[in-house]
Design a protein around this ligand. Structure first.
Ligand SMILES: O=C(O)CCC(=O)C(=O)O
Ligand SMILES: [Fe+2]
Length: 516
């Protein structure tokens, strides 16, 4: 899987660079081959126009007769049956196939297309602008540019076709329609490029059917008629046209029921989630609530006297704090470097087991090897600022996460909510607290959103965020429902340290008060 981590996407660039080199040498070889053929063509046609001049008498010259026979016997076959073009093509293909296992697969293409649809939804992006390479979001007062790329790369008709087709195949016509509209628009009046998979006819076909499925029969009819214009004997389309015409006779004003966004079973909290993702860091400030303080924090720990933690209290219920400049650039780079080889598709708890899910798109690695000085140092610092015991198994190993294209983690709890959860396999109780370090910045998107608590925290490079997942009585705090918003632009890395209940008996008092 490439699309679930930007590390892999970056690797794909070097793959393509190699392919460009081999395409260049293919073009050179083919040009030489064509040049040779052209020279032969020029030679023979010159003989015919200048020497024979259509007169067979010229063949009285034995030299001309000999060369004619030689040409027909051996020169022409050497040209006609040449293997050179096949050899050149094989060279090109073997360069491509050599990297076979590292090349994107269908699931990558579909995953990347779904990422675009997700970004379109969560950030209310206009498809027509996206297609032109712009990130415009619809607001009450018109449109706003959420991100201004250095270079805007427009999409082609075929690009849009593939995105629309992914939605179409999921019977998601809300998304297939705008993408296929763009595809049809871009394909019209263009000849077919060899690299394309779809054609104007394909796009018209899918778009017409999407409209038919959503009840817009008259539009489905006119698109099908346009399609017949290009492919007049297409039986299926001829039948469709007949069907649509009959339907319109019965109900001439049929307009369709409009496009409705498909409901997702995970997103009961979708509206709040998307609002928080769009608002780009919307936590209340200390001037709005005087108890939300910023301070240099030591917690009485001598280890912090010389360099106290820069602590900002973001929320009191649930209790969430942000530690600015928690990690140095070098430490963040070291952690990423150590984690890179171990990155695997992130999983989520699924009953008693763990499984991949569309609602968490990232790769992650557990840093189990305590021989790395940097992980030990971080553990020590986390223990100092939280006052908690983070040694394994009271703290889990550091989990380093790299998000992929449009990577996200939809609203979830970090703590176990069922007794069978894999969280309990350490036998140290539930995850009482989360300590999450931002190891990178991002250009746009990717905030951490607290859904019920109604605030979001933008990715703040080198900062760390801490919150209690459990109430003091050990019950899960539903207010901690949180999410990693889709990364709009950038390469987002975080590291999670989950701290468990056991081992904290003298550090974090529990309570017998059932309401606390
Ligand atoms: O990436 C984020 O902002 C949140 C990640 C998260 O909640 C998790 O990994 O459990
Ligand atoms: Fe989480």
């Amino acid at each position: 899987e490439i699309y679930t981590s930007l590390v892999n996407v970056k690797h794909a660039i070097s793959l393509e660079r190699k392919l460009i080199d081999s395409l260049k040498s293919y073009i050179e070889l083919e040009s030489e081959r064509l040049q040779d053929i052209r020279r032969f063509y020029a030679k023979v046609s010159h003989l015919h126009s200048e020497v024979y001049q259509g007169q067979t008498s010229a063949l009285a010259n034995p030299l001309l007769a000999f060369t004619l026979i030689k040409r027909l016997y051996s020169e022409w076959p050497n040209v006609v049956y040449s293997d050179d073009s096949v050899e050149n093509l094989q060279g090109l293909r073997s360069g491509y196939e050599l990297d076979g296992s590292a090349l994107p697969k269908l699931e990558d293409l579909q995953g990347a297309a779904r990422a675009l649809l997700r970004l379109q939804d969560v950030y209310s992006l206009q498809v027509s602008a996206l297609v032109r390479g712009h990130f415009l979001t619809a607001t009450d007062r018109g449109t706003k540019e959420v991100y201004k790329p250095l270079v805007s790369v427009p999409l082609s008709g075929d690009d849009c076709f593939l995105v629309g087709k992914v939605a179409y195949e999921q019977e998601d016509y809300y998304h297939s329609v705008p993408w296929l509209e763009q595809s049809v628009h871009l394909f019209r009046g263009h000849s077919r490029d060899p690299e394309n998979q779809g054609t104007l006819e394909d796009a018209l076909d899918h778009l017409a059917f999407s409209h038919f499925k959503t009840g817009n029969v008259s539009y489905a009819l006119s698109l099908s008629q346009e399609l017949l214009h290009h492919d007049p004997v297409n039986k299926r389309v001829l039948q469709n046209v007949e069907k649509y015409e009959k339907l319109l006779v019965v109900r001439p004003h049929m307009k369709g029921n409009g496009l409705r966004r498909p409901t997702s079973k995970y997103l009961r909290t979708r509206q709040a989630y998307e609002r928080l993702c769009q608002s780009h860091g919307s936590h209340p400030r200390h001037f709005q609530n005087p108890r939300l303080i910023c301070n240099y924090f030591t917690g009485g720990n001598p280890g912090l006297f010389l360099c106290p933690a820069k602590r900002e209290v973001l929320s009191l219920q649930p209790f969430v704090v942000l530690y600015h400049d928690f990690i140095t650039d070098t430490e963040a780079e070291d952690i990423k470097m150590i984690a890179r080889p171990g990155l695997r598709r992130s999983v989520v708890a699924s009953g008693e087991r763990q499984a991949t899910a569309d609602y968490r798109i990232s790769k992650s690695a557990w840093l189990k090897d305590s021989s790395h000085a940097v992980t030990g140092k971080l553990d020590q610092r986390i223990a100092m600022v939280t006052g908690l015991n983070v040694n394994h198994p009271f703290g889990e190993y550091l989990q380093v996460v790299n998000y992929g294209i449009g990577g996200h983690y939809e609203p979830h709890f970090d703590h176990a909510t069922v007794p069978t959860s894999p969280v309990y396999t350490l036998n140290t109780g539930n995850r009482v607290a989360t300590f999450m370090i931002y190891l990178s910045s991002v250009e746009a998107g990717g905030s951490t959103a607290f859904i019920y608590a109604n605030f979001s925290v933008p990715v703040d490079e080198k900062a760390a965020i801490f919150w209690w997942n459990l109430h003091r009585n050990g019950e899960g705090d539903v207010d901690t429902l949180h999410a990693g918003c889709p990364v709009l632009v950038g390469d987002k890395w975080v590291a999670n340290k989950w701290i468990h209940e056991y081992g904290q008996e003298f550090n974090h008092r529990c309570t017998l008060n059932p309401n606390e």
